[in-house]
Design a protein around this ligand. Sequence first.
Ligand code: ADP
Ligand code: MG
Length: 726
Amino acid sequence: MSIDRTDLVRKAFGKKALAVDIPEQIISDYFAERVFDRAKMRKYLDPKTLQALFECIDEGKPLDRKTADGVARGMKEWALENHVTHVTHWFQPLTEGTAEKHDSLIELDGRGGVIEMFDGSSLAQQEPDASSFPNGGIRATFEARGYTAWDPTSPVFIQQDTLCIPTVFIAYTGEALDYKTPLKRSIKAVSDAAVPICRLFDPKVNKVQSYLGWEQEYFLVDEELFAARSDLMITGRTLMGHMSSKNQQLGDHYFASIPERVAAFMRELEVEGLRLGIPLKTRHNEVAPNQFEMAPIFGEANLSNDQNQLIMNVMHIIAHRHGFVVLLHEKPFDGINGSGKHNNWSLGTDTGRMLLAPGKDAEGNLLFLTFFVNVLAAVQRHNALLKASIASATNAHRLGGHEAPPAIISAFLGRTMTAVLRKILEVPSDTPIQIAGKKGRSVGLIEIPEIFVDNTDRNRTSPFAFTGNRFEFRAVGSSANCAGALTVLNAAVAEQLLDFKEALDKEMAAGKSLQVAVMDTLKPIIASIIDVVCFDGNGYSEEWQVEAKRRGLDVETRVPEMFKAFTRPESVAMFTRTGVYTEKELLARNEVKWDTYTKKVQIESRVMARMAVNHIIPAALEYKTRLLKEVALNQQVLGSQEGCGTELDLIRRIGAYIEEISDKAEAMRQDRKRANAIEGEYEKAVAYYGIAQEINALRRPIDKLEELVDNQLWPLPKYRELLFIS
Ligand code: ADP
Ligand code: MG
């Protein structure tokens, strides 16, 4: 056998934690030192430039050339002080992860030497070759070229020797080719829709922010074991592997003490993240063995999402230094938990009021209820679309799995808020809404108990859960760009708020007080959602699947079908009304989604077949041959096959599995050939959905063989080795 697993495992197990250079300063002294933040702007920019730039950032004014030049001058000075040699526009195309093309700062000085140059034009705009990025036909239909443009609301940062400028990426004809542009549009849409409502309560409100706090789950695997598995290397997940006898059933990994080698990795990652201005706050062991989580303090959604994209990248680099590989795939191992990325999401005004947290007084509570109910209404209206926003070939393995949110989007409210909503339906609209003391509740009032605010009950099975001051959108995949989900959520909420405001205006025009008008507008909405999208029960149960269907929620489980929700008339109407996507963009992006789905499954299918034929069958045959020889020898020496019962049984079983594998691999190859000949992206993805099921079916006999074949001959690191070494 070419790989000696025992040796690999022993080596991996013997690795010691790396010593990590921890800065001597306290965190607040080095936090964001690699970010051109407001403090650096003040230090390096002249007052006029500074003011103009702040207007761009805070008021969305366009960046003029003169300001750009001024900013570039200051930025260059800061960059050179930090030994920067290169600059890049850093953007988020529709591939996974971020894109960057580095240019050195040098220009010829005309006298045989070079000088460092960086001006407003290279800060503000660049032209990467858009045709090489997924664009779903925008290129063919519209314009081949695209450009990247600085997003001044995302601060510039330094990674190693490179100045990174966060940018949007758009076609010359204006279509978004990335994740950031629609996210920014959706942030604006929800603000524009929310501000007029907030102003009824507080005229000083000018802007509503979207907030995001992501919780990134991931696995760590020793890199030598990783390198011995082509499925992990190429697809990011194990396509085969029998469950380990011990996995997560004892619940002894969650919140357990962090293994030393992992802790060293986390420490270094955190220092790096903090230097980059990412306020990393929480780290812990997750439920599955070798699964971990990290979370920052939440922040403005666009910035927080940039930071998530950035840290996902940094994780890979730092893990490598510690002899680990980070797996961000949603389901790297069958039979144990997969990884998600809870998106903690909320809205807040520029006057400092959090809109999804109960207020301190009756008015604050009314405002809270307004936003709370409208968010739920948006989630109900667009539940198929929200599911489509988190759907992918990789997340498909997690959704509907037994530890993950089901492929049905419902919302968890908790007992208190459910009771509050039901009460509202029963009482007159002028009933005051109070925050009650810890104990008392007097009849007649709508009361939100004080303890509720920091003590909401939990329901881990809900994909969209209210947790006291925010909603947690839990169905988002660990490898995803959060913007995909947040864009849809913000846009859907924006539309719902626009409708709500229209209805509210009618009630107000009838001369009602604000409270009565709001309550009268909310009541029919509450009545329409309380027994539909709101669900506090067990989301993993079989009954819920039936019940959800009866309630009219979307229960589609096939990913290629899910994407269709994006181009339904009601979705197109919502996105165009809120200015978040044009219909062309929606059509183009679905082409990309289907194409990506197809390619991911296609790659997995190829890797699977090759591993089956080139790794698994040879190992099984070798063992079978040995058994056959043993039986033959028995026959030769003793003149009979007596006492060979076990061998003969194994030979027959192994033989049958080998045939099954061989047949299934060949059938899959034929199906792939047929699928590849299909023209339309949707139709092709549908065919590949079938192939994804074949991959699962091919896995079964392989995992059975792993149980039978001599451990020494098995050519791949096993689950027990991948999952328990760190
Ligand atoms: P959990 O107990 O849900 O696992 P964590 O502490 O792991 O909680 O993560 C919670 C995340 O939610 C953090 O990123 C936190 O900053 C964020 N968060 C807290 N409050 C809000 C809010 N109002 N809006 C958005 N995110 C929030
Ligand atoms: Mg959480």
